[in-house]
Ligand binder design. Structure first.
Ligand SMILES: CC(C)(COP(=O)(O)OP(=O)(O)OC[C@H]1O[C@@H](n2cnc3c(N)ncnc32)[C@H](O)[C@@H]1OP(=O)(O)O)[C@@H](O)C(=O)NCCC(=O)NCCS
Length: 180
């Protein structure tokens, strides 16, 4: 495990975005089924310009907080952290998405498990958390498989696609991770 590259096993690697990723990024990200469970800042439609701007933005960011999920050199998704500050500086939000063609093969689970270990070990985080829009059973399952616990429901916390949605709050604290 280095600062820049996380080996998630079985050929899945989390690494920084780089120039040349734009085409596969658009191919996998430009999908309403991917965007529907993500924040509106994940654009839909996802254009070439969105991909270019995302790669450019992340190229300069250190430490790397947004990773490409790559298999066989192709970017098939993304995963990353939003680090807290002030009294929340030992907490980080985790996020992830995967191109639909690759769903159902355990790749998100593999990626989140590796990202979680990296967050605790490399960044010294004590709490990692995620907010899942109501109905996103696949994501809830991924979090459970990676040792996250559903702590509660933030009722009507998100406004997405013209509707208010409950947000399921999941978290994993360092002690949970050490027990596994
Ligand atoms: C959520 C997402 C990342 C899952 O990726 P994935 O690689 O298919 O996930 P995995 O294969 O590792 O695991 C999925 C699990 O959910 C289960 N699952 C899938 N759809 C389900 C459903 N409708 N109801 C219940 N469980 C479901 C699978 O059976 C599997 O669990 P299992 O291993 O116990 O059988 C992917 O669907 C995605 O990118 N969605 C859009 C973006 C998103 O929702 N990101 C997360 C925001 S919080």
């Amino acid at each position: 495990m280095t600062d820049e590259r996380i080996d998630a096993g079985d050929g899945v690697v989390l690494r920084p975005f780089r120039i040349g990723d734009e085409r596969s990024l658009v191919a996998h990200a430009n999908d309403a089924e991917v965007a529907r469970f993500l924040r509106d800042r994940f654009p839909h439609p996802y254009t070439d310009e969105d991909a270019r701007a995302w790669v450019e933005f992340n190229r300069e960011l250190r430490p790397t907080s947004n990773f490409a999920i790559a298999v066989g050199g192709e970017v098939i998704g993304g995963a990353g952290f939003v680090f807290g500050d002030d009294v929340h500086r030992f907490s980080a939000e985790v996020g992830y998405w995967l191109g639909r063609a690759h769903w159902g093969r355990g790749i998100a689970t593999r990626s989140l498990r590796a990202l979680t270990a990296y967050g605790f070990e490399r960044h010294g985080m004590v709490r990692l958390f995620a907010g899942v829009f109501e109905g996103n059973e696949a994501s809830a399952r991924v979090l459970e498989k990676c040792g996250y616990t559903k702590e509660g429901v933030a009722r009507r916390a998100a406004f997405k696609g013209g509707r208010f949605l409950d947000v399921w709050q999941f978290a994993c604290v360092r002690e949970d991770a050490l027990r596994r």
